[in-house]
Design a protein around this ligand. Structure first.
Ligand code: F6P
Length: 489
């Protein structure tokens, strides 16, 4: 474990969010892999976490604190400081709902249908100038205020919402150690050319103000080095993973995020999960194919349902013996592309069910809700886990579910999910566009001999347990110590 240190963590979504229920202020843990992964940082280091105020109650907390940080306690009882930024509401809308999602998200997951979209029209330019830039500036100001108070701090930026803030901080604090971790894929340079030169250059320039930039895979890291070279003309060493640009050197690392294995063991044995698991086992058919995702176009749910339909077409002998359980967390529904995709998911499931359902058997059990305990119960019960993302920075479900599975379940994994780089050899690999291939993989997984299923599942578990989230955090901080040590002596 690295020494206890002062860290400023900066992410759009904070570790908690406040709501008012029956006149009382209540606190809800923020969702998503990023927040879950960073929770243990709070236990081991002195953390000030800077995030956007997202709810009305978050804004009230920010206002009461006069824009300063408040003292909070983590689930595990560790104390940390939380500074919520109440952005101008229109600026935040342009930053989150127009630029970050869908524009950057769609560029980085290669989701645009380029014949028609995107149109970089005045609206997008306006959203960049009046939304993405000022919201990043507000984050940079908050970071600078915290660094002013604690000059020994290192700053740990996260994700695609915050590409400009590091440069803004660097200009005023040349010596402060800055790290950026990008949790989503980094596409090849030509895909960045969807964005006009000033925007794509600002993105690369902003990130390269850091001492260290982290990605989940060597594939995204390589793409970043290529795009820094092609789009900025930076001097990149592809072996060492360094970029020399604007008078400084940035190290580019590949460090796949992981999960807290002990937390999942505990959850899997909890009364709430056991009760939900009992409900599931009573209702389940002989075989269960599971998928767990946000309703995000990058997750490829519609093609997954089509693959399941093709599988049912080819295997009438398995009708009424196998169902797909789709646990989907509704996501980003203020964005038209996401709202439309949720509609497409519902229509696709309906189509399969209308074709095949029989008395007592619904082929696709689609549940659109955010219910983590139910997810863990389903993790224990799957025979096949389908992760067929179009592109995915990592995909934590592929690591979480095998950890607690009790049915020797098989992982069917997209070759474009970041976790494929680590787990691919023990999964059945699929191409996310090849629905026929996915249908065959589902069948192969269901009919795989038991010893082979056990061997694959054991190997995945051993890998995840041997490289869990605390190792990820320790590695990040060790990298940072190594890179910034000379500057600090
Ligand atoms: O890295 C992608 C990510 O930020 C994850 O951390 C998180 O699971 C997801 O996107 C959630 O996004 P949002 O904050 O928009 O709900």
């Amino acid at each position: 474990m690295s020494e206890r240190r002062k860290l400023i963590v900066v992410s759009n979504r904070g570790p908690v969010s406040y709501r008012r229920e029956h006149g009382e202020r209540v606190l809800r843990r923020g969702g998503g892999g990023l927040v879950t992964a960073l929770r243990s940082l709070v236990v081991e280091h002195d953390v000030t976490w800077i995030a956007s105020a997202m709810t009305d109650e978050d804004r009230a907390v920010a206002e009461e604190a006069g824009g300063e940080a408040v003292d909070e306690r983590s689930h595990e009882g560790a104390s940390y400081r939380l500074r919520l930024i109440a952005h101008d509401e229109s600026a935040y809308d342009w930053y989150y709902n127009v630029v970050s999602n869908p524009m950057l998200w769609f560029v980085q997951h290669c989701l645009w249908n380029l014949v028609y979209d995107p149109n970089i029209d005045p609206g997008l330019h306006h959203a960049w100038e009046e939304g993405y830039v000022p919201v990043n500036a507000a984050f940079a100001d908050a970071v600078l205020a915290e660094v002013e108070a604690e000059p020994d701090s290192a700053v740990f930026f996260h994700d695609y919402h915050l590409y400009l803030a590091p440069r803004m901080v660097r200009e005023r604090r040349p010596e402060t150690p800055l790290v950026h971790f990008v949790h989503i894929p980094w596409p090849q340079p030509d895909y960045w050319r969807v964005l006009p030169p000033p925007i794509r250059r600002a993105i690369h320039d902003g990130v390269l103000a850091c001492d260290l930039v982290g990605f989940h895979t060597t594939r995204w890291r390589r793409n970043f080095l290529r795009s820094a070279s092609d789009l900025l003309g930076a001097d990149c060493d592809f072996e060492d993973g360094t970029v020399d640009y604007d008078g400084r050197r940035t190290h580019i690392a590949a460090r796949p995020l992981s999960v807290d294995a002990a937390e999942f063991d505990e959850l899997a044995a909890s009364e709430t999960v056991l009760a939900l698991e009992r409900e599931l086992t009573v209702a389940r058919p002989e075989f269960l194919v599971l998928r767990v995702d946000r309703t995000d176009p990058s997750k490829n749910v519609v093609r997954g349902f089509r693959a399941f339909e093709l599988f049912l077409d080819a295997h009438p002998e398995l009708h009424a013996r196998v169902s797909m359980l789709a646990l989907l967390d509704p996501s980003r529904q203020d964005i038209p592309e996401y709202a439309e995709y949720l509609g497409a998911i519902q229509r696709a499931a309906r189509r399969v069910n209308d074709r095949f359902q029989q008395e007592g058997w619904t082929p696709i059990d689609l549940r659109i809700e955010d219910n983590f305990a139910e997810t863990v119960a389903a993790y224990k019960q799957f025979d096949v886990l389908l992760v067929n993302a179009i592109f995915d920075g990592l995909n934590l479900v592929a690591k979480e579910a095998p950890l607690v599975n009790e049915r020797d379940g098989v992982l069917v994994l997209s070759e474009n999910a970041g976790s494929h780089e680590e787990l691919g050899e023990w999964a059945l690999t699929v191409n996310p566009f090849d629905v026929e291939g996915q249908a065959e993989a589902i069948h192969a997984a269901l009919t795989m001999p038991r010893e082979e299923r056990v061997a694959r599942l054991d190997a995945i578990r051993a890998h995840v347990r041997g490289n869990d989230v605390t190792d990820w955090l320790a590695a990040q901080l060790a990298d940072l110590d190594r890179l910034t040590a000379p500057a600090r002596t």
